[in-house]
Design a protein around this ligand. Sequence first.
Ligand code: HH2
Length: 284
Amino acid sequence: MTRRNGILAFRPFKIGRVTLAPGKPLLMGILNVTPDSFSDGNRFFSKKDAVGRALAMADEGADIIDVGGESTRPGARPVPVDEEMARVIPVIKGVRRRSGVAVSIDTMKPETARAALDAGADMVNDVSGFRDSAMVALAAEYGVPSAVMHMRGDPRGMQKSPRYKDVVAEVKGFLKGRCAALSRAGVRDVIIDPGVGFGKTVRHNLALLAGLDELAALGRPVLVGASRKSFIGKLTGAGVEDRLPGTLAAHLRAVALGAAVVRAHDVAAHRQALDVWIAASRGR
Ligand code: HH2
């Protein structure tokens, strides 16, 4: 694995109008069009509020807007595909009409992913890690960048006594296998994600954050999504709405270890932090 200025290298690629390249981490703003997401549920549930929030995040400096219509918080029940599509597709169309910002669809369902790509989304973010071969085939058919996340089981059962012998090695092995499956199908542009909070204890999350350079050694850009997650509350006692400082600390540490994308609710604060981090790392 080659390093440039201490940053682990990967082949740059485009996501819509932005380029993902080593040393220039991208900011993914979270847009949950759901009634029940763990921190912003019901806040952007109407099309008007959701499109407005996406455009505001783009103005605040988000490089990518990640649109999801199904909460994956621990214990969440699956949302029927028609319901999920009714939540996200009008929002993606509305954003696409008004902005050139890159749009990601956060879904585990191939039908929703296809409709989102047809509506103008630029990438697929699948928290189930493209375990469904129809998702792999879809990513290949559309030739879009794909984010592959590690999750233990599914959201309903994932936090029931998660156990690993070596969490970093096991997550790395899973991601390596999914990258190979996507490569075989012809998908070139793959982002990997350890899945902070998805079937992991606080200790597992911390081991993964500390071992991110191990994952980056797979030669793929790494995405980290620690925003407002419960491990920050467990470490500090902060409530969901008060976890921005902990989130920034986790994300900047991740970027220092090679993370290429951070997924966040608080876009303006992250833009400022990342801009300073990038300038201070370059020394100019
Ligand atoms: N986390 C969440 C959802 N999607 N995608 C990736 N790639 N990585 C993540 O860590 C990730 C994700 C969960 O957070 P959030 O969207 O804020 O909540 P909810 O699932 O309750 O909607």
